[in-house]
Each structure stands twice: as structure tokens, then as C-alpha cells.
Design a protein around this ligand. Structure first.
Ligand SMILES: Cc1cc2nc3c(=O)[nH]c(=O)nc-3n(C[C@H](O)[C@H](O)[C@H](O)COP(=O)(O)OP(=O)(O)OC[C@H]3O[C@@H](n4cnc5c(N)ncnc54)[C@H](O)[C@@H]3O)c2cc1C
Length: 430
């Protein structure tokens, strides 16, 4: 919900700064003699705004640890990345369309041809190449929905089209045209290209990570296992509910990194995670992982923290979204939160899917400020937000499948609950 953080304002202000700066070029713009000055200016603003939002969207998905604090967590940065990239895409589509529309209705063929890279000038064709490349990659993202791993590889090509768009922009706009705008464009281009290179080339160099090894593996049920790790070198410090990216280094397990929520353990040095077999990677992990396997942890990330809430809280978990709540319970066993009154609604499809219930029940007996409500949707039906008593005055913490999170957030809005009381974590960066 709208837990607006300064990062959100700053990034949009930075992107919109292009509008007043491009005003300085009014009257001096190069354009088409058959377009009105207003149209030339409008088109330039749209093109530059498309470029600024597209470039800055790279900063939001580069996993820059110190930045996430200003956005309310890495998942929120990814959310903002999606919004900004979508705005950029719509503006990018409008830019050639506004240029081509002058051929309508007299010359429809010319209208069509001008949208493709068939121009005489290389700099114009560069823009067209970037546009068609981005359209293709956005089709993979929004329409075709490739498997995550293939999609991730395809999405890296966005960086290539950023460079092509950059060339297009800088050949068309020179320092002498509008020095302030040119300096601004250099600045945001540096941020965008820098973020892209950081994410794809230098991430491993700047984030050597923490080496751990697998000490214990426990199968909780058919699809869920817990894994305990101890440090091989330096120890990772984290708060309960935070997560790390894990790269296993073990024969048969892909080297790709996946995020998992960290649990504190009784032993101060080790950490634990819970992994649900959901797809290719996690199924292989379930079948293949053995004791002693090495793993590299990068992070910690995330700012989903019940300690930031008031004493009266409602926790809502769906499926694997129980992970941060388990982490908090383990934390509370070691470090109490005075007067906490937390009602946990744990939604699963059927009873067998629920994990850690015995531990939660025994925690409920020891700690009177915690109460577990297990909702098996196959038997009880879906949790109805309106049935939760006194919701309006409590801090609400929510983690689960995206559809559940979205629908509950909509309910909270309808009930007039302040967005500042709603805290959630997305388990999906796509
Ligand atoms: C912040 C966060 C914390 C998480 N904590 C846990 C946890 O404690 N326990 C747990 O079981 N699961 C957790 N997950 C989910 C877990 O990372 C994915 O379920 C897992 O990576 C799926 O991989 P897969 O290839 O087996 O499944 P797929 O079927 O390939 O993927 C299922 C979905 O998971 C997401 N996903 C896949 N790979 C990645 C990746 N490398 N990075 C980000 N998202 C990916 C995609 O949205 C994809 O659609 C967490 C996710 C996030 C974002």
C-alpha cells in the first residue's frame, strides 16, 4: 500500500526534472518542418521523459543494498521498477506514433514505414531499434510470461537497448542545444548504465557475500524442507524477517541466486531457511542438496519488521509466506517485545500444508500475547478480512501469494484502514 518512502519521491522528481529542463530548448528544437512547434515540443518532452523513466528504472532493480531502506525494502523497489518501466514503455510507444501521425490520413504507407528502422539517418534508426527491442522484451514480460529463468536472461538485453537509446538521445541532443539538459541526461544515463553494469558485471565483485555450509537438512513435509547453515568465514548479521540471496555451490544445483527468508537459531552463529518445492530450481534443491554443501549468501535485504509496529498487531500469512512470521517467533523466543498482542492468521489449502504448527502452539502457551488461527481454505473457505476483530487500530503485517496480498490490500482500502498500518512483503520480484 502507499507507505510512501523518500526514495519514491526522489526517483520520480529526478525523472520529471526532464520536463522543466527541456522547456529551455523551446524554440531552438530541431524538428520536422511539417510539424507545429507545439507538437515538436510535446514529442520531445515525451521522448525525454520516456528516456529518463527507462534509465532510472534500472537503478530500482540493481539490488543496491543501502538504497532499499529509502524505499521500504527491496520488494518495494522492484514494485517501483515495474511501475516506472511501464510508464517508460507507454511513453516510448507514443514517441514514434506522435512523429508518424502527421502522415495520416494522406499517406498511410509512410505512416507505417516511419515506425520501423527504415530511415535515412542512423541516429533515428537507433531509436527505432531500441524501441522494437524493448517491445519484444516487454512482450516476454507482460504477455508471453516465459519461465522465470529464461525470462531473467532475456530481460538482461534491456541493458543493450538502454545503450542504443542512449546513443539515439546523445546524437540528437548536443551540449550546445541545451547545456543543462545535456548535463542532466549525462547524470541519469550514468546512473542507469552504472546500475545495469553493477547488477550484471560487478555485483559479485562488490558483494563478496558470506560463505556458509549446510549443517542440517530436515524434511518437514513432502514439499517443504528446512536447511541449517554455519559460517565458513565471516558471520552474517541480520534482523528476523530479512532475507538473503542464496547461491549453492554443489554438483547438479544451478548457480543462480534465489531469495530465502532467514531464521535465527538458538546457536548464534548458524542460520536456517525453509524451502518450498515450487518449481525447477527448488525441486532440484530438494532432491540433490546434501550436508556439507557450500553456499554463498548475499544480503541481508528487507525491512519487514514487526518491531516497527505498535503493540497490537495482526499477522496474515499465506502458504510459504509464513516464513517471516516463523523468523519473528524464533526471534521473540530470544528477545521479547513487551506487551505485544499478535493474532496470526495462517492460511493454507489443507491441514497437511501447514508447517511449524506444533512449535507455534507451544509458543502460544508460553507467550500469552500470541494467538494462532489456522485457516484451511479447503474446509473453512477463504479468510474474510471483515471477520478479523478491531482491525482498524492494529498494525497489519501481510505475506503470501501476490493474488492474496493484492486482494487483502484492496479490502483494507475499502474498509478505510490507514495505509500506514499496512506492512507487507512480496515474495515475487517479477
Ligand atoms: C523476498 C523473498 C523471500 C522469499 N522467502 C522464501 C522462503 O523463505 N521460503 C521459500 O520457500 N520461498 C521463498 N521465496 C520464494 C522463492 O524465492 C521462490 O519460490 C523460488 O525462488 C522459486 O524458484 P523455482 O525456480 O523453484 O520456481 P519457479 O516456478 O521457477 O518460480 C516460481 C516463482 O518464484 C519467483 N522466482 C523464481 N526464481 C527466482 C529468483 N531467482 N529470484 C526471485 N524470484 C524468483 C518467480 O516469481 C517465479 O515465478 C521468497 C521470495 C522472495 C522474493
Amino acid at each position: 500500500m502507499k507507505n510512501l518512502k523518500p526514495g519514491n519521491y526522489v526517483i520520480w522528481v529526478l525523472a520529471l526534472l526532464v520536463i522543466p529542463l527541456s522547456l529551455l530548448s523551446v524554440g531552438g528544437g530541431k524538428g520536422h518542418h511539417d510539424m507545429s512547434p507545439a507538437m515538436i515540443y510535446l514529442n520531445m518532452v515525451i521522448a525525454l521523459l520516456a528516456y529518463s523513466t527507462f534509465t532510472l528504472s534500472f537503478v530500482l532493480c540493481a539490488r543496491i543494498k543501502w538504497l532499499e531502506h529509502y524505499f521500504g525494502g527491496l520488494d518495494k523497489m522492484y514494485q517501483m521498477h515495474h511501475k516506472m518501466a511501464l510508464v517508460a514503455f507507454i511513453l516510448l510507444l507514443s514517441h514514434p506514433f506522435l512523429l508518424a501521425i502527421r502522415w495520416i490520413p494522406n499517406n498511410f504507407v509512410r505512416f507505417l514505414l516511419s515506425i520501423f528502422p527504415l530511415h535515412r539517418r542512423l541516429e533515428v534508426n537507433l531509436g527505432s531499434y531500441a524501441l522494437w527491442g524493448i517491445i519484444l522484451l516487454m512482450l516476454f514480460t507482460l504477455v508471453i510470461k516465459l519461465p522465470y529463468r529464461t525470462w531473467k536472461i532475456s530481460h538482461k538485453f534491456m541493458g543493450l537497448f538502454l545503450i542504443v537509446a542512449l546513443l539515439h538521445t546523445f546524437i540528437l541532443i548536443s551540449f550546445s542545444d541545451n547545456p543543462l539538459l545535456w548535463i542532466y541526461l549525462c547524470f541519469i544515463s550514468g546512473l542507469g548504465v552504472g546500475a545495469f553494469l553493477y547488477q550484471t558485471v560487478f555485483f559479485g565483485i562488490f558483494n563478496s557475500g558470506y560463505s556458509y555450509k549446510v549443517d542440517a537438512i530436515e524434511r518437514v513435509n513432502e514439499r517443504i524442507m528446512t536447511i541449517e547453515f554455519s559460517p565458513v568465514g565471516k558471520k552474517l548479521h541480520f534482523s528476523s524477517g530479512q532475507f538473503c540471496f542464496f547461491n549453492f555451490c554443489y554438483p547438479g544445483i544451478s548457480k543462480e541466486s534465489h531469495p530465502y527468508t532467514l531464521f535465527p537459531t538458538g546457536n548464534g552463529n548458524s542460520v536456517q531457511i525453509m524451502v518450498k518445492a515450487l518449481g525447477d530450481y527448488t525441486n532440484v534443491l530438494h532432491r540433490t542438496l546434501k550436508l556439507g554443501a557450500k553456499v554463498l549468501l548475499r544480503g541481508p535485504y528487507g525491512s519487514f519488521d514487526f518491531r516497527e509496529g505498535k503493540k497490537d498487531q495482526v499477522w496474515i500469512a499465506g502458504g510459504v509466506g509464513i516464513a517471516p512470521f516463523i523468523s519473528w517467533i524464533k526471534d521473540l523466543q530470544q528477545r521479547p517485545f513487551p506487551d505485544l498482542n499478535a493474532e496470526l492468521y495462517y492460511c493454507v489449502h489443507q491441514g497437511d500444508d501447514a508447517i511449524y504448527t506444533n512449535e507455534m502452539k507451544s509458543f502460544e502457551e508460553d507467550f500469552k500475547g500470541f494467538h494462532l488461527n489456522l485457516i484451511c481454505t479447503a474446509v473453512d473457505g477463504k479468510l474474510k478480512i471483515k471477520d478479523i476483530p478491531d482491525l482498524e487500530n492494529k498494525d497489519i503485517f501481510l505475506c503470501g501469494p501476490q493474488t492474496m496480498t493484492r486482494s487483502f490490500i484492496k479490502n483494507f482500502k475499502e474498509m478505510g484502514i490507514s495505509p500506514h498500518l499496512v506492512h507487507y512483503e512480496n515474495f515475487d520480484f517479477r
